[in-house]
Design a protein around this ligand. Structure first.
Ligand code: FAD
Length: 316
C-alpha cells in the first residue's frame, strides 16, 4: 500500500479541476529575470470557484505558490516543488465606478491605470509605473513616485489556504513599506481602489511623466526584478537609500557570472544574458556582504525568491 502511494505522481494526487494542470511547467519564460527551473505542477484555475475547490480539497502536504507576472520574482534553478498557481483571464477584470475601480488580481497594473484614465478616475497613475499585477501589488504594497497601494486601496478579497473567502479592509491588509501582513499563503482575488474625478487628458499627462522618468532612471528593458533590496529603515543607514549604500560599497556594475548590478540603477540586478538564478542570488548576497562591511546596514531582499537550488552536478 505504502509502496503504491510512493509511486503516485503529484498530478495524480491532485483533485479534479475545471482549469488546467501542467506538469514540469517552465517558469523561466514568464519571469522578468528569465531564469529558474520549472514548477512541479502549474495550475491555471478556471475561475474563483475552481480555485477555492482546489484549495479545499488538495492534499494538505502539497505546497502552493501563487505568482503574478514574475516582475518581483527570482525562481531558483531547481524549480518550485508543489503547485504553482497562475491566475488567468477570469481574474483580470477591471470595473470602473464613478471614482472607484474594482480590479482582478491578474489585471496588469498598467491596464488598471489606463482604464482609470479613460474613465476620468485620477490617483492610480502610479500603477502605470509598476510592471506587475494587482495581486503582486497587494502582496508587495507596490508603490512608485510618492504613492503606494496603501493610499488607494479600500478593500480586497482573498482566499485562505483552505479556500475560504475573506473580505479584507484596508486596516486588515496591514500595509507597510513593500509589505502586506496578510498570511503568505492567502491568494488575493481582487481589490477595490479609490480615486477621484479628473480630466482624462490631465491624468494621461501625469502617466506620461511617470513613463519618461522610468525610462531615464531604470533599466526597464532588461531582464531584471526591479529594486533588489528594500530601502532600509535601520538607524545605521542614516536615511540613505539602498542604491546609495550599494554605490558607496563599490557595487555598481559588480558581476558574478551573467548577473550584474545595473550601471544605470545600481539597486537593480540584471541578467546580462546567460545568468543562472544562482548567479543572481550569489551576486545579491555578495552585495549584502559588502554593504554590511562598509556601512553596517543589513540590506533585506525586496525581490521574492522561490523554489530550490539546482542539485549539485546538475546543470540548470
Ligand atoms: C523594471 C521593473 C520596475 C519595477 N518598478 C517598481 C516600482 O516602481 N514600484 C514597485 O513597487 N515595484 C516595482 N517593481 C517590482 C514589481 O513590479 C512589483 O513588486 C509588482 O507588484 C509585482 O507584481 P507581479 O504580478 O509581477 O508579482 P510576482 O513578481 O509574480 O510575485 C511577487 C509576489 O507577489 C505574490 N503574489 C502575486 N500574485 C498574488 C496573488 N494574486 N495573491 C497573493 N500573492 C500574490 C507572489 O507570491 C510573490 O510573493 C518593478 C519591477 C521591474 C522588473
Amino acid at each position: 500500500m505504502m509502496a503504491a502511494q510512493k509511486m503516485q505522481t503529484l498530478l495524480e494526487r491532485l483533485p479534479a479541476v475545471r482549469g488546467r494542470y501542467t506538469e514540469n511547467a517552465a517558469l523561466a519564460g514568464i519571469t522578468w529575470f528569465r531564469v529558474g527551473g520549472p514548477a512541479e505542477v502549474s495550475f491555471r484555475p478556471a475561475d474563483r470557484d475552481d480555485l477555492a475547490a482546489f484549495l479545499m480539497t488538495k492534499p494538505a502536504d502539497v505546497p502552493v505558490t501563487v505568482i503574478g507576472v514574475g516582475s518581483n520574482l527570482l525562481v531558483r534553478d531547481g524549480g518550485v516543488p508543489g503547485v504553482v498557481i497562475r491566475l488567468g483571464r477570469d481574474f483580470a477584470g477591471v470595473e470602473i465606478g464613478r471614482t472607484t475601480v474594482r480590479a482582478g488580481a491578474a489585471a496588469l497594473d498598467l491596464n488598471v491605470a489606463l482604464a482609470a484614465r479613460n474613465a476620468g478616475v485620477a490617483g492610480l497613475e502610479f500603477l502605470s509605473g509598476i510592471p506587475g499585477t494587482i495581486g503582486g501589488a497587494l502582496r508587495m504594497n507596490g508603490g512608485a513616485y510618492g504613492k503606494e497601494m496603501k493610499d488607494v486601496t479600500v478593500s480586497a478579497e482573498a482566499l485562505d489556504s483552505r479556500g475560504r473567502l475573506h473580505r479584507l479592509t484596508l486596516a486588515e491588509l496591514g500595509f507597510t513599506y513593500r509589505h502586506s501582513e496578510v498570511a503568505e499563503d492567502w491568494i488575493f482575488l481582487q481589490a477595490e481602489l479609490q480615486g477621484s474625478a479628473d480630466d482624462p487628458a490631465a491624468i494621461g499627462q501625469r502617466m506620461k511623466e511617470i513613463q519618461d522618468k522610468r525610462e531615464s532612471t531604470q533599466p526597464i528593458r532588461t531582464r531584471t526584478g526591479g529594486s533588489t533590496f528594500a530601502n532600509p529603515a535601520a538607524p545605521e543607514a542614516q536615511g540613505r537609500k539602498a542604491w546609495e549604500l550599494i554605490d558607496g560599497a563599490g557595487c555598481r556594475g559588480l558581476r558574478i557570472g551573467g548577473a550584474m548590478m545595473s550601471e544605470k540603477h545600481c539597486n537593480f540586478l540584471i541578467n546580462t544574458g546567460d545568468a543562472t538564478a544562482a548567479d543572481i542570488e550569489s551576486l545579491g548576497e555578495e552585495v549584502r556582504r559588502r554593504v554590511k562591511a562598509q556601512s553596517g546596514v543589513d540590506l533585506q531582499w525586496e525581490i521574492r525568491r522561490i523554489g530550490v537550488p539546482a542539485r549539485r552536478g546538475v546543470a540548470p
